[in-house]
Each structure stands twice: as structure tokens, then as C-alpha cells.
Write a protein that binds this ligand. Structure first.
Ligand code: GLN
Length: 472
């Protein structure tokens, strides 16, 4: 590995500086990451496949395998898409390319981004760089593990109910789920369209802000997108005077939160106060009482509709059958794993005539209440803070057989997703030697405020986020 490029510590901003000043060539930079992948990805399985395409001045990036990449296989972690090679780039992939970023590889994900550990990937789980016997979180565990283990300077994930924020918390890096509608989903494999958002993962808040500025903004190919109201501001300030931070009582009183996570969170709140922020309590009862139930009706309903396109005709492999119906049935039976099947059945049930009003209709009403509840709270606070995940990284296999335990991983990340709000995970300490993340939630389009708060906090805490076992 090149002596000047320590991929475990180098930020993307620093990498750009090295290449711009000519201290390191783009080819050397890519080679350093490829060496790191060679050395460590056999154990971590962050990547499903890597790509060799470095050119003159480019900076490498890892993309979650739900993002279509022209000429590069894109599977969404599913057998039903194996061998599928898109003929176009997703808008986010095209924007990265236009900004001089080159694809290092496609990262592992739970099948169709359904999961919280990457154990639902049809191609085997990824592992946590802090301890390979533990999960890296999910569904974006591949991107998150890659960033923490120095296998990519930064990457993109997708977040429906927590798939960027939760793996960032479990691996100890920074991840942003942007405001719904600020980043294009054109060319992104759909899970639940009223919730899916693409967002950046990196070592620090400034890198996340920089990558967000590259991918965000209106895209004529995705009619749900909007132009950002102003420029993305790379955070610089170290003080937080005047920032009002609300802490939802329900979120901190949850029994599911491990004592070590609570302790690290409390220390971070005190730090926010020392930085000049005003910290106060607020109430979000419906969001935390009904968020998960509401999400698992809406997300499964939308998934059952989105996944209907995988029929053995349009994409990927086809199983043989004597009739069209038999061919489709066999393709789906053999192509989908257990979790997508479970969700297709749940969603189809929730949308069926006779049950539609009782389940899907009710869930949509509850969602509206959750939106309003957040809007009320943002009359008094600029941002909300909660732990991101109730637990630190857990052992592979620990929750795999219990879908409800797995669903509870996103207890704290889901409510704001239902409300379309941006959320940032910032590492805030350690419990049992593993990273703990703090989630900052803001009103729509408040990314700059989240960046400012997250940056001041990370600078003040000054945590060493290189896993101990990888430090040299
Ligand atoms: N873990 C949640 C789920 O399984 C969220 C996944 C995501 O955000 N894609 O649906």
C-alpha cells in the first residue's frame, strides 16, 4: 500500500486534496483502496463485486447494489436479479460520475433492502469491521462496513426505514438519510416508493455534506424530486449557540435501549449543551408507539406492488415451466428469498379488497398523525436527538430467525422516515467497545442545520473511529 495513503483514516475531502495537489495520482489512490479491499474484504464481504475503471483525476466511491450502474451487474442482493446488467446509470450514479467519482464496486445489501443486518442478502452477510462475528447493520451494511474499514472513502446507500442511519450507527461512521424528494430515485431498485431515499455515508459530516451536494436536486426523470432551496453548506463552526435540541421522551424511555447506548447518548447530550445548544424534552407518542406497525403495513404494501415486476420476463434469471403461470411461479419461488416473500404476502394481504381500509387505509391515517406530530415539535425545536439504534452491533445469527426482533432494530429510525424528514447519524461514543450513534432529525430541507450540529458534535467528541483491531 502507498505510504501516504492510509485508507483507514483518509477522508474523501483529504483524498480530493491529495489528488488535486498532485501528491498522489488518481491511479495510486484507487490502487490503495483496491489493496485494502484485497486485504480485508475476504473477511468482511462488504462488496458484491468490484470494478476496475480508474482514470486521470477521479476519486473512488462505493455504491450500494440497489443503484443501477451501466454495464455493471446490479442485483439488489437478490438471486432474482443475478446477471442483470443495467443499460443505463441511475441519476445518482451519473451525477457521481459527472463529478469525477469513479466506481470502486457495488456493496452488499439485504435482499431488496429488506432487513437490518445484511443477513438477508442472497449472497451471504457482510461483517462488522469492529468484530467480524457481528453484523454491520442493514440493509446498507456493505457500504457502511466498506467506509469504516477503509475499503472506500465514501459511498451511497438507500434508506427506507433506517438502512443508511442504522448501519452507520453500528459501524461508527456518518450517514445521512436526506429529506424525501431531494435525491433522485431514477434507476434505484424500488422497495417502498413513498419512503425510499438515497443518501451518503462517509467518515465525517463534511464528507457527507459534500457528497450530498453532488447527488441532491431536481431530476426530470423522478417527478418526486425538488430543487434544493439553497446551497449545501460545508459545516465549519464549532459552537452551537442558539440551536434548540428536542429529545423525545418516548424515544429515550424505550426499554429496548441498552444501558450502554443510553449512557453514550446522555454524554453526547451534555456535550451539545456545552457547545451552546439548548436541550429540552418533547413528546412524540404516536410516532414511537405506532411507527413500526404503520411502517410495516405501508412498506410491505408498496413492496408487494413494486416487486410484481420480477416475473422472469423482464429481468434476470427465468425458471422453466410448461405454462406462463408456472414459469412465473417457479421464477419467483426460486428467485426471491424468505424476507421478500414474507413482505409480498403481508403487503398483498394489507391491500386486498375487504382489508384495504382496515390495514393500509388506517396506516396512512396514522402516518398523517405522525407527520403532524413532528411538525408541532419543530415549532419549538430546530432538531431532535435520539439514539440511532437501541443496541450496538449484534452477533450474526442472533436475530435472523426472528423477523419481529429484526424489525425492532429500526424503532428509532422509522418514525422520521414516515414523516419524510432528514436524519443524520453521528457517532457519539462506545458501549462494550462498539460504536454508538446519535440520530439528529430536522424538519424538511434542514440538512444544513443537521450538518452544522453533527460537525460541531463530532469535532468536540474527537472519537477514534478506526476499529481497534485494524489500527496499526
Ligand atoms: N430495516 C428496515 C426494513 O427492513 C428498513 C430497511 C431500509 O431502510 N431499506 O424494512
Amino acid at each position: 500500500m502507498s505510504a501516504v495513503v492510509d485508507t483507514l483514516r483518509l477522508t474523501a475531502e483529504e483524498a480530493i486534496g491529495l489528488v488535486e495537489r498532485g501528491d498522489v495520482s488518481a491511479a495510486e489512490l484507487h490502487a490503495a483502496y483496491r489493496d485494502a479491499i484485497e486485504e480485508r474484504d475476504g473477511e468482511l464481504h462488504a462488496y458484491l463485486r468490484t470494478v476496475e475503471e480508474a482514470d486521470g483525476t477521479s476519486i473512488p466511491i462505493a455504491l450500494k447494489d440497489v443503484i443501477s450502474t451501466k454495464g455493471v451487474e446490479t442485483t439488489a442482493g437478490s438471486k432474482i436479479l443475478s446477471g442483470y446488467v443495467p443499460v443505463f446509470d441511475a441519476t445518482v450514479a451519473a451525477r457521481c460520475r459527472a463529478a469525477g467519482l469513479t466506481l470502486l464496486g457495488k456493496t452488499n445489501t439485504d435482499e431488496f433492502a429488506m432487513g437490518s443486518s445484511t443477513e438477508n442478502s442472497a449472497f451471504g452477510p457482510s461483517r462488522n469491521p469492529w468484530d467480524p462475528s457481528l453484523v454491520p447493520g442493514g440493509s446498507g451494511g456493505g457500504t457502511s462496513a466498506a467506509v469504516t474499514a477503509g475499503l472506500a472513502p465514501w459511498g451511497l446507500g438507500s434508506d427506507t426505514g433506517g438502512s443508511i442511519k442504522q448501519p452507520s450507527a453500528l459501524c461508527g461512521n456518518v450517514g445521512l438519510r436526506p429529506t424525501y424528494g431531494t435525491v433522485s430515485r431514477y434507476g434505484v431498485v424500488a422497495f417502498a416508493s413513498s419512503l425510499d431515499q438515497v443518501g451518503p455515508v462517509a467518515k465525517n459530516v463534511r464528507d457527507v455534506a459534500l457528497l450530498y451536494s453532488i447527488i441532491a436536486g431536481r431530476d426530470p426523470e423522478d417527478s418526486t424530486t425538488v430543487e434544493l432551496p439553497g446551497a449545501v453548506v460545508l459545516p465549519q463552526e464549532d459552537r452551537l449557540e442558539g440551536l434548540r435540541v428536542g429529545v423525545p421522551r418516548q424515544a429515550t424511555e424505550l426499554e429496548a435501549i441498552e444501558p450502554g447506548v443510553r449512557a453514550a447518548f446522555d454524554v453526547a447530550l451534555t456535550r451539545l449543551e456545552e457547545l451552546g445548544a439548548e436541550v429540552g424534552e418533547c413528546e412524540l407518542p404516536r410516532a414511537f408507539d405506532y411507527g413500526i406497525a404503520c411502517y410495516y403495513l405501508i412498506a410491505t404494501a408498496e413492496a408487494s406492488s413494486n416487486l410484481a415486476r420480477y416475473d422472469g420476463v423482464r429481468y434476470g434469471p427465468r425458471s422453466e415451466g410448461t405454462t406462463y403461470r408456472e414459469m412465473v411461479e417457479r421464477t419467483r419461488d426460486e428467485g426471491f428469498g424468505d424476507e421478500p416473500k414474507r413482505r409480498i404476502m403481508l403487503g398483498t394481504y394489507a391491500l386486498s379488497a375487504g382489508y384495504y381500509d382496515a390495514y393500509y387505509g388506517q396506516a396512512q391515517k396514522v402516518r398523517t398523525l405522525i407527520v403532524r406530530e413532528h411538525a408541532d415539535v419543530f415549532g419549538r425545536f430546530d432538531v431532535l436527538a435520539t439514539p440511532t439504534s437501541p443496541t450496538v452491533a449484534f452477533p450474526i445469527g442472533h436475530k435472523a430467525a426472528d423477523p419481529l426482533a429484526m424489525y425492532a432494530c429500526d424503532l428509532l429510525t422509522i418514525p422520521s422516515c414516515l414523516a419524510g424528514l432528514p436524519g443524520l447519524n453521528v457517532p457519539c461514543g462506545f458501549s462494550e467497545g462498539l460504536p454508538v450513534g446519535l440520530q439528529l432529525i430536522g424538519p424538511q430541507l434542514s440538512e444544513n442545520t443537521l450538518f452544522r450540529a453533527g460537525h460541531a458534535l463530532e469535532r468536540s467528541l474527537g472519537l477514534d473511529l478506526v476499529p481497534e483491531r485494524l489500527r496499526t
